[in-house]
Design a protein around this ligand. Structure first.
Ligand code: DC
Length: 229
């Protein structure tokens, strides 16, 4: 099994970094958050309450709608009803409910089994999430924990979303929201956000995107004896 695990807090750039690393080393990229988002979409569509979740009903609906992951280029895209669900899972409604859905142990077991099945089938993957190195793939050959100052993360996120330079007030307000999410993710009972002891902790506050991708890709090539680009 060839796995690079990338974990980290909200807006640490995990997904974009994982995607770019996967491209650089010829692995597939698997965004574990997309699975939780797709499950949340299914729960909302079925009228299930995310907070008092009827898990058997959710998983039955997920199977019925063929919730799965399909390789597309170097990525895995979430599928629902036979079609890519990327747009359906990035709505504010899903974002608001996904924390509750992803906190349910039986839901996590279902998602983790899907991810492990891919890697065990021999697909080399770069997986990003919150508990990839600690719970899903504790045997991953390379584990990276990405973090950055909350103000840096807030600025990056606002620029990415708005395409303009945000005001200081906007940046500080977003930084507070990120810190609150970090706290919730790190203190939850199930699969909390933690940096595994054997992870490489990478503070990206002062790194460019290219530098951080390049650093991780180099390590992955060493660990998995991959050819130089
Ligand atoms: O990375 P994201 O915002 O798309 O993740 C969506 C949600 O899923 C987020 O609230 C955290 C949760 N999540 C998780 O609990 N464990 C993971 N491995 C990935 C995401």
């Amino acid at each position: 099994m060839r796995v690079v695990a990338i974990d980290g807090p909200a807006a640490s750039g995990k997904s974009s970094t994982a995607r770019a690393v996967a491209r650089a080393i010829g692995f597939h990229h698997l965004d574990s958050g997309a699975l939780y988002r797709a499950l949340t979409r299914v729960a909302l569509d079925a009228g299930l309450d995310p907070v008092n979740l009827d898990v058997p009903a959710l998983l039955e609906q997920a199977e019925r709608r063929g919730l799965g992951l399909r390789p597309e280029g170097e990525d895995f895209v979430p599928l629902l009803d036979g079609a890519p669900a990327e747009q359906l899972i990035r709505t504010p409604e899903v974002t608001a409910a996904v924390s509750a859905v992803s906190a349910v142990p039986a839901v996590r077991d279902w998602a983790n089994a899907r991810m492990r099945a891919l890697a065990e089938a021999g697909v080399p993957v770069v997986v990003d999430g919150r508990d990839i190195g600690s719970v899903v793939f504790p045997e991953a050959g390379l584990k990276v924990f990405l973090y950055a100052d909350s103000v840096v993360r807030a600025l990056r996120r606002l620029v990415q979303q708005g395409g303009r330079e945000p005001s200081n007030e906007e940046v500080f307000a977003e930084a507070e929201r990120l810190k609150a999410r970090d706290k919730a993710d790190a203190s939850r009972a199930v699969a909390p956000l933690v940096s595994p002891p054997d992870a490489l902790e990478l503070d990206t506050s002062r790194l460019t995107f290219e530098e951080q991708v390049d650093g991780i890709a180099r390590l992955a090539r060493t660990v998995y004896r991959l050819p130089a680009p």
